[in-house]
Ligand binder design. Structure first.
Ligand code: NAG
Ligand code: NAG
Ligand code: NAG
Ligand code: NAG
Ligand code: NAG
Length: 496
């Protein structure tokens, strides 16, 4: 097992983000790419606006503003007073989340709702210091979830004041993944602004001391275990096989050729990166194990893990070379489904369109999400959670150190029963459900489980291949939306 310092060193030296501590959260909480469009999907059409937002909501010295981008779709809105579904933007370009949250577009008509998609500061076009936003840690200082929530609250107050017919519109927050964490926290912190929230695949408990650090990778492993015979055990065995085969120069060359790598593996550091890249590949597959063909940067077949596992079904008597041949076929399901990739690039991450650097900064400050593996209950090489190594890595990268306890203090951790009107939906296949709310806390803090669902399947467009569990989840979600809207209409109107 490699020591933490070595891990950190490799991470810093290469700035290669497959580093274990960061891998999971970096594991792109984000990704919701479109399915293959079908003619029944409602068209996406919105107007783009920019709002002058304070750079710092919580102090009074920095008085500058920046342009926060937001998108509005109001064709189906029943005014006056029709509801507003407000997407609390994640770590990425908001048009991307907008285009890929088919659920909101599908329910806008039946609810007579206006859709608003608000970009998260420091991502997409919403850069407080323009192109310099990432140039030093002084500029990054205002990249926090608290500032982002305040942006959303101020924006909604402005919309209600200025849009004719919106003054008494109940607002419901919607988000997936980190955006789902934000939607839940938004309802907790600003119950005066939103009447309820849908937090899809939102790991609000993936913080220190709240859930076991190994659960995330356990779920990844279960997905492979149930998708084909010997699938998880052969992957568990593959790390040793890689170690064995790569111990000679000819073995390194064979491995590089077998995997059609763009750049051949040359040394132990390369093998380390190669393993981390494979690990990330299996994690990504678990997140996007959707029941139909979908495009997660790489296009994938329906139930992609079952397809991957077809290449890993042999029993344990095979040689290391045979095992690794199967493994390369399995990896190519992810990287070469369309047959158009010339070689596999282990320094390419699947989420280049996302704000990776921004997310790393957030992971290095407030969003500390412990992950670990033991090689027994999961199919990965054992790796402890090492906060100190993680902190050192953050310090080297950004000159800041994470505050492990802050998320728990500011957002309540497990002690959230005094809040109300939040739906936490989770996919049983999604490793992020490990840090999600998977039981009902009160009558109005409810958890909806989607056993056959991967990462926020419920927020995607409906599809003929959708399992019944996700159809029921969406129906229940809309039922709660209607109930919250009814509650809001019964209350006397708040004065603005
Ligand atoms: C989202 O859709 C709009 C309109 O179809 C398009 O202009 C925009 O480029 C899309 N954004 C992304 C990131 O795909
Ligand atoms: C390790 O690799 C060598 C050659 O690369 C091979 O001969 C040997 O069988 C491998 N060990 C196992 C346990 O498969
Ligand atoms: C991808 O698939 C195509 C078609 O099967 C094949 O010609 C090509 O060699 C594959 N690329 C890699 C990197 O394996
Ligand atoms: C591999 O990906 C990296 C990072 O995106 C890129 O800089 C490099 O050019 C790529 N190599 C090849 C051979 O495509
Ligand atoms: C929570 O309660 C709702 C409503 O009764 C129910 O549909 C749902 O299945 C419950 N969730 C869990 C995880 O038991």
């Amino acid at each position: 097992m490699r020591g933490p310092n070595r891990t950190a060193a490799v991470c810093i030296l290469t700035l290669w983000f497959g580093c274990l501590h960061v891998i999971a959260l970096k594991s792109k909480l984000f990704t919701r790419h479109g399915g293959l469009p079908s003619s029944t999907e409602p068209p996406i059409s919105y107007e783009t606006f920019y709002f002058d937002q304070k750079i710092d909501h919580f102090g009074f010295l920095e008085d500058g503003t920046f342009k926060q981008r937001y998108l509005v779709a109001s064709k189906l809105w029943q005014q006056p007073g029709g509801p507003i579904l407000f997407y609390t933007g994640n770590e990425g370009d908001i048009t991307w989340f907008c285009n890929n949250t088919g659920f909101m577009w599908e329910v806008a008509g039946e609810l007579g709702a206006m859709l608003v998609f608000a970009e998260h500061r420091y991502y997409g076009e919403s850069l407080p210091f323009g192109q310099d936003s990432y140039s030093d840690s002084k500029h990054l200082n205002f990249l926090t979830s608290e500032q982002a929530l305040a942006d959303f609250a101020v924006l909604i107050q402005y919309l209600k004041k200025t849009l004719s017919g919106a003054q008494h519109s109940p607002v419901i927050a919607v988000g997936g993944s980190y955006g789902g964490m934000l939607s839940a926290w938004f309802r907790m912190k600003y119950p005066n602004v939103v009447v309820g929230a849908l937090a899809a695949s939102a790991p609000i408990w993936q913080f220190p001391g709240m859930v076991p650090c190994g659960d995330f990778y356990k779920i990844v492993t279960q997905d492979f275990a149930k998708s084909g015979p010997n699938c998880d055990s052969n992957i568990r065995e593959s790390w040793r096989a890689i170690g064995n085969v790569s111990s000679t120069a000819s073995g390194l060359q064979w491995l590089s050729e077998e995997f059609s790598l763009c750049a051949p593996l040359k040394n132990k550091n390369d093998v380390f990166s190669f393993k981390a890249w494979l690990q990330e590949t299996w994690v990504n597959l678990a997140m996007v194990d959707y029941p139909y063909e979908a495009n997660f940067l790489q296009p994938l077949p329906r139930w992609p893990i079952q397809v991957v596992c077809k290449h890993l079904a042999f029993d344990s008597a095979v040689s290391d070379h045979q095992l690794l041949q199967g493994l390369s076929q399995a990896a190519k399901v992810y990287y070469n489904f369309t047959g158009s990739s010339a070689c596999l690039n282990i320094s390419q991450t699947a989420t280049s369109s996302l704000g990776e650097l921004g997310w790393f900064y957030q992971a290095c400050t407030e969003m500390v999400m412990p992950m670990c593996t033991d090689g027994v209950q999961d199919m990965f090489e054992p790796e402890d959670w090492n906060f100190q190594a993680f902190s050192d890595e953050c310090n080297a990268m950004f000159g800041v150190r994470p505050r492990a306890d802050w998320a728990g203090i500011v957002y309540g951790g497990k002690d959230i029963a005094s809040h109300s009107n939040i739906i936490f939906s989770n996919g049983g296949l999604d490793p992020w459900s490990a840090g999600g709310v998977t039981h009902n806390i009160t009558d109005s803090l409810v958890s909806i489980m989607i056993p056959d669902g991967a990462h926020h399947l419920d927020l995607r467009y409906s599809n003929d291949f959708d399992p019944p569990s996700v159809r029921q989840a969406r129906e229940l979600e809309v039922k709660y939306f209607r109930e919250w809207i009814r509650q809001a209409k019964r209350k006397p109107h708040p004065r603005l």
